[in-house]
Each structure stands twice: as C-alpha cells, then as structure tokens.
Design a protein around this ligand. Structure first.
Ligand SMILES: Nc1nc2c(ncn2[C@@H]2O[C@H](COP(=O)(O)OP(=O)(O)OP(=O)(O)O)[C@@H](O)[C@H]2O)c(=O)[nH]1
Length: 198
C-alpha cells in the first residue's frame, strides 16, 4: 500500500495514512532491527494485492526471499480465502516450507473478538498447520500491537537457521577432512582445510 495523506497515529507512534494508493507491482521498505545485539537490516518487499497490479511481479522479486509475511484483512473474509492462492504462488516460485513465514491477521480494530472469532480460529489453525507464527494486529492506532515482533521473530528464526547451516557445513568439512585419500598434502592445502574447520 502506498500512503498519501497522513492523519491519526499508528501503534508504533508513526502517523497513520488516512488515504492510500493501491500497490502497483511491489513497494519496498528497509528496517533496521536489533537481534540479540546484532544490527540486521531487513528489506521488506510489499507485493501488490490486486491481480491487475501484480502482472509486473516478475520471477526476479521472488529470488533471495528469506522470509514471508502473509497479511489478510480480518474484516474481510474473502482476503482470508485468498491465502491458499498466495501460498501456492510462493510454492510455484520455489519458496519452500523451510523459509520462515508469518500469518498476520490485520485490521483487528475493525472487528470485535466475538464477530471475528471463527475467522481468527481458522487463521490460527492454518498458521499452526503450516508452521507459521501467528499475529493479530492493527496497523491503526492500537497501542502495544506486535508489528515489530513479526519481523523480529522472523529475523531471529533466520539467524538460528543460518547458525544451524554453518554448523552443518563445519561438520561436513570435519568429516570430509577425515576422508582425504592418503597422499602428500602441501602446506597451502592443509592451511585451506583448517581454515574451513576454524
Ligand atoms: N482500520 C484499519 N485500516 C487499515 C489497517 N491497515 C490498513 N488499513 C487501511 O486499509 C486500506 C487499504 O490498505 P490495505 O488493504 O492494507 O492495502 P494493501 O493490502 O497493501 O492493498 P494493495 O495496496 O492493493 O496491495 C487503507 O486505507 C489503509 O489505511 C488497519 O489495521 N486498520
């Protein structure tokens, strides 16, 4: 969504746009997060929701995706019903289940927990089945909404994944170093091998 006029204040204290333009293609933002003392720059690619503005969404944008946030409008059940289509779109672009993902049930300020309880339960279940973190949010002025938590949690999960794959690589290097065929190893080669283990 592209914002224009600004009026009320959103949950994180920034002005909430009173009128927005539909996203055409993709919109891009950057956010600096502090994850366990490490500064991590998160790039957010917001894809157009409307089919007619999504034509320009080429394969290129799906490359190098490290996390996915599915957002639906809790006051609009159709947007929930569209979720399988979005999940399928990700699958078609080779974004596997190993990529951390979150399901965000937004515009919570427009419903009551009574009227939306069935939809929220279904969404929570969908998130559980697909291993996604689940959030109830309102981008509009509800104090304490977990907007930052969505991205912090994704970044934390990515950090853990990275650590695990580095450990795996190190283990692989170690086991490979025990399988070297018996031959003379030059000083240069042996340096390389140990550099990998360290
Ligand atoms: N009340 C309320 N309005 C919201 C909230 N989030 C977004 N909006 C409003 O909803 C309208 C449309 O925004 P969205 O439907 O989120 O836009 P989008 O999903 O990015 O749609 P595209 O740009 O077409 O991809 C705008 O007028 C926003 O100001 C929310 O949490 N509460």
């Amino acid at each position: 969504m592209d914002s224009s006029l600004e009026s009320s204040t959103s949950s994180n204290g920034t002005p909430f746009p009173s009128r927005t333009e539909a996203t055409i293609g993709v919109d891009f933002r950057e956010k600096l997060l502090d994850i366990e003392g490490e500064k991590i720059k998160v790039q957010l690619w917001d894809t157009a929701g409307q089919e007619r503005f999504r034509k320009s969404m080429v394969q290129h944008y799906y490359r190098n995706v490290h996390g996915i946030v599915f957002v639906f409008d809790v006051s609009n059940p159709t947007s929930f019903c569209n979720l399988p289509m979005w999940m399928d779109e990700c699958r078609q672009h080779s974004l596997g289940p190993d990529i951390p993902r979150a399901l965000v049930c937004n515009k919570y300020d427009l419903v009551t927990s009574m009227t939306a309880s069935v939809l929220i339960d279904q969404a929570r279940h969908l998130a559980e089945v697909h291993g996604m973190s689940f959030y109830l949010t309102s981008a509009k002025g509800r104090k304490g909404d977990p907007l930052d938590a969505i991205f912090v949690t994704l970044a934390q999960r990515l950090k853990i994944q990275r650590r695990e794959s580095v450990n795996e690589l190190l283990l692989q290097c170690r086991s490979e170093s025990f399988n070297i065929p018996a031959r003379v190893i030059t000083a240069q080669e042996s340096k390389k091998k140990w550099a990998c283990i360290c």
